[in-house]
Write a protein that binds this ligand. Structure first.
Ligand SMILES: Cc1ncc(COP(=O)(O)O)c(C=O)c1O
Length: 369
């Protein structure tokens, strides 16, 4: 086994496999296109780390204009803060004594902001923050139709905001509503209608809080599928899109998004067997490819379909017998869900014009705690 860095300067097909590749030109263009959009609207971009889990990519997004980052987990946030980024939203609840201790300690080194949806959790964080002498910035997560976390819009949100207002060492910053049930609707007209109706619940709640004398400085939501819908709503202030940086074959089918951003992420595979003319086996199975959004397919190859994945094998059906793929040949597979696929790998190989330019450790990979 070679050190990953020894591949720098070589052609990508010389890489040992399975290997996770980023086409750097495409990724950089995706970052720039998203930054260009946010330069034209009043909302700001706070890109989600969960997609790449890699500090250097967050730094590139911030250099292009993003105001900070969004994380899913405390462990991700720790990795990002240690890389020198201060303005971090953890768009989730931080629950339990041990995690709250970690949060409070992280606040010594960052301007951390979290989501809350429960008064006991608010009291626990407030008490711990007061003991340590730090202030934690807080958004209330409102359920705008996804039915995951979140307080109900309206009076329930108002009463939690009042509790936060009376809690020491917490700063109420505003509201968060993630429209996860609309982001991947392929049809644009349907997606726009569903997103606007979801975000209206957040907007109505903001107005209710303001009528009660509570300032709502931040309104956060949005994903790759809705960046320009949620991003163009005047009441919103921040968008949390993540997948746009790499894209995947699922988002490629979302109208208006798939045409705009290109796929930067692939998994390089080697053909290990062709037991029959119509059957090819590659060395990429479930331990390097995820399939909850469907079985990933080879990039740019017609007449070959991945039909199944076991732990270490990918089974492909060949309908075009002119395809000459044989053991030792390499091909690239396009993930169906970039975010979970990245989390299976230790490192990225950054490729430019087919040559390995860089190797990046995926610092927050597996940091689910
Ligand atoms: C809270 C939250 N915000 C934003 C996103 C947006 O991600 P994406 O850009 O992948 O749609 C997600 C995706 O799961 C999320 O859970």
């Amino acid at each position: 086994m070679y050190d990953a860095e020894t591949y720098i300067g070589r052609h990508k097909t010389e890489l040992d496999t399975p290997a996770l590749l980023i086409d750097l030109d495409i990724m950089e263009l995706n970052i720039q296109k998203m930054a260009n959009y946010f330069a034209t609207v009043n909302t700001e971009l706070r890109p989600h780390v969960k997609t790449h889990k890699t500090p250097i990519i967050s730094h590139k997004q911030i250099a292009a204009g993003a105001i900070g980052v969004t994380c899913a987990k405390l462990g991700e946030a720790e990795a990002i803060v240690h890389s020198g980024i201060r303005d971090v939203l953890i768009a989730n609840q931080i629950v339990g004594t041990h995690k709250i201790v970690r949060l409070i300690n992280l606040a010594k080194h960052s301007d951390i902001m979290i989501a809350v949806d429960n008064d006991d959790n608010v009291h626990a964080i407030s008490k711990a923050a007061a003991e340590k002498g730090v202030t934690i910035r807080v958004l209330i997560e409102v359920n705008i139709g996804m039915d995951r976390c979140g307080v109900e819009p309206g009076s329930e949100t108002l009463s939690l905001a009042n509790i936060i207002g009376e809690s020491q060492n917490l700063k109420f910053e505003g509201l968060m509503g993630y429209e996860g049930h609309t982001v991947a609707k392929p049809n644009k007209t349907e997606r726009v209608a569903a997103t606007k109706s979801a975000m209206q619940r957040l907007i109505d709640t903001k107005h209710l809080l303001e009528k009660n004398g509570i300032n709502v400085a931040i309104m956060s939501g949005g994903g790759t599928g809705t960046y320009d819908i949620t991003g163009s709503i005047p009441e919103m202030t921040e968008v949390q899109a993540g997948s746009y940086v790499f894209m995947d074959s699922t988002y490629r089918n979302v109208e208006g998004v798939g045409e705009k951003f290109d796929c930067a992420l692939t998994v390089l595979a080697t053909v290990v067997s062709r037991p029959e003319k119509n059957r090819i086996i590659v060395d990429t199975g479930l331990k390097v490819l995820t399939k909850e959004f469907g079985i990933p397919q080879p990039a740019g190859l017609q007449g070959v379909e991945m039909t199944g994945l076991s732990e270490e094998h990918g089974k492909m059906h060949v309908s075009n017998e002119d395809i000459s793929l044989k053991p030792t040949d390499k091909l690239e597979i396009l993930p169906t869900h970039c975010c979970t696929n990245v989390n299976l790998h230790d490192k990225f190989y950054g490729i430019r014009k087919e040559i390995v330019e860089t190797v990046w450790g995926i610092a927050a990979r597996g940091r689910s705690q």
